[in-house]
Design a protein around this ligand. Structure first.
Ligand code: ADE
Ligand code: ZN
Length: 337
């Protein structure tokens, strides 16, 4: 494994499924709580870590939204994202497409502009410092209603030049993609790409809706697509990128053990799957920890790892020429390592 672990460490890769609020490490949570004089329901970093035991998605979301309450100022969002980029760069990430949940902040009275100024400052600094390119994906919270999503799209208007896509996250069950059909159509009319969490806990029908109703360009998770062979065939045929998150799947009990993770089955089916960290501060690891955990449990070799990294570039929203340059860099690494 050490050999493979080293291979993963320097493997050039893109990360396509990472919620910036989910990269809030307990240490930074405490520092921001102090800086902003916000009460948090923990008295030590150890207590925070001990609380990170989840039996499903909702369990996690309850604690994740509480953690996000320490984020108040432009500097907080900048520091949060800067910490992620430093960590991602150390993992060989050369391009990141990151989710943010504006409603989690605007509902607490934090301005949309405050969030955007902080995140974009960190993105620009990361490009200068590490050479990492990045894009932002604005996620609508699906447990909230359509009107709230429309209000968020409205607030985003002055920032469209810094937003690549819209996404759909939060509590999946009971909140099917079709609930957001009209707001996704409006986002498309604004020139935004579309992604959605589907098939994490929700049934294959939610994946169909994400494709047919929301017209997504990429699918987040998608694990439960495997229950529907015709759907798998379609995803393969359309070369739809799936952003799979192994440690998240384990922590949220989407799989019982990592040994049961279907990542190799997905690859064998011909699905364009990628590996991502989802909420690294909550699920026990950043992107390379996810590659390593999946590789170890499912016996992935170098070829599979290179395919996963190649998929991350091909499935990104970069222009074709930049994708090709990154794939070439990857192939060169694979030939030499
Ligand atoms: N928000 C942050 N992480 C999420 C996940 N894994 N699923 C849905 N919403 C999320
Ligand atoms: Zn996610």
């Amino acid at each position: 494994m050490t050999d493979l672990s080293d291979f993963i460490a320097r493997l050039p890769k893109a990360e396509l499924h990472m919620h910036i609020e989910g990269s809030l490490e307990p240490e930074l949570m405490f520092a921001l709580a102090q800086r902003n004089r916000v009460e948090i329901p923990f008295d030590s970093v150890e207590a925070v870590c001990a609380a990170y035991q989840f039996s499903n998605l909702q369990d996690f979301l309850d604690i994740y939204y509480r953690g996000a309450d320490v984020l108040r100022t432009e500097a907080d969002f900048r520091d949060l994202a800067a910490a992620y980029f430093d960590r991602a760069a150390a993992d060989g990430v050369v391009h990141a497409e990151i989710f943010f949940d504006p409603q989690t902040h605007t509902d607490r009275g934090i301005g949309f502009d405050v969030v955007m100024r902080g995140l974009t400052a960190a993105m620009d600094a990361a490009q200068a410092r590490h050479g990492i390119t990045s894009r932002l994906i604005l996620c609508f919270l699906r447990h909230l209603d359509e009107a709230a999503a429309f209000a968020t799209l409205e607030a985003a208007q002055p920032w469209l030049h810094r937003i690549e896509a819209v996404g759909l996250d939060s509590s999946e069950l009971g909140h099917p993609p079709e609930k957001f059909a009209r707001v996704f159509a409006a986002a498309a009319a604004c020139g935004l790409k579309r992604v959605a969490h589907a098939g994490e806990e929700g049934p294959p029908d939610y994946v169909h809706q994400a494709l047919d109703v929301l017209q997504v360009d990429r699918l987040d998770h998608g694990n439960r697509s495997l229950e529907d062979p015709a759907l798998v065939e379609r995803l393969v045929r359309e070369q739809m990128t799936l952003t799979v998150c192994p440690l998240s799947n384990l922590k949220l009990c989407v799989v019982g053990t990592m040994e049961e993770h279907p990542i190799d089955r997905m690859l064998d089916e011909g699905l364009r799957v990628t590996i991502n960290s989802d909420d690294p501060a909550y699920f026990g690891g950043y992107v390379n920890d996810n590659y390593r955990a999946a590789a170890e449990a499912r016996g992935l070799g170098r070829d599979a790892l290179v395919t996963l990294a190649r998929n991350s570039f091909l499935g990104s929203f970069l222009p074709e020429a930049e994708k090709a340059a990154l794939v070439a860099r990857l192939e060169e690494y694979a030939a030499r390592a």
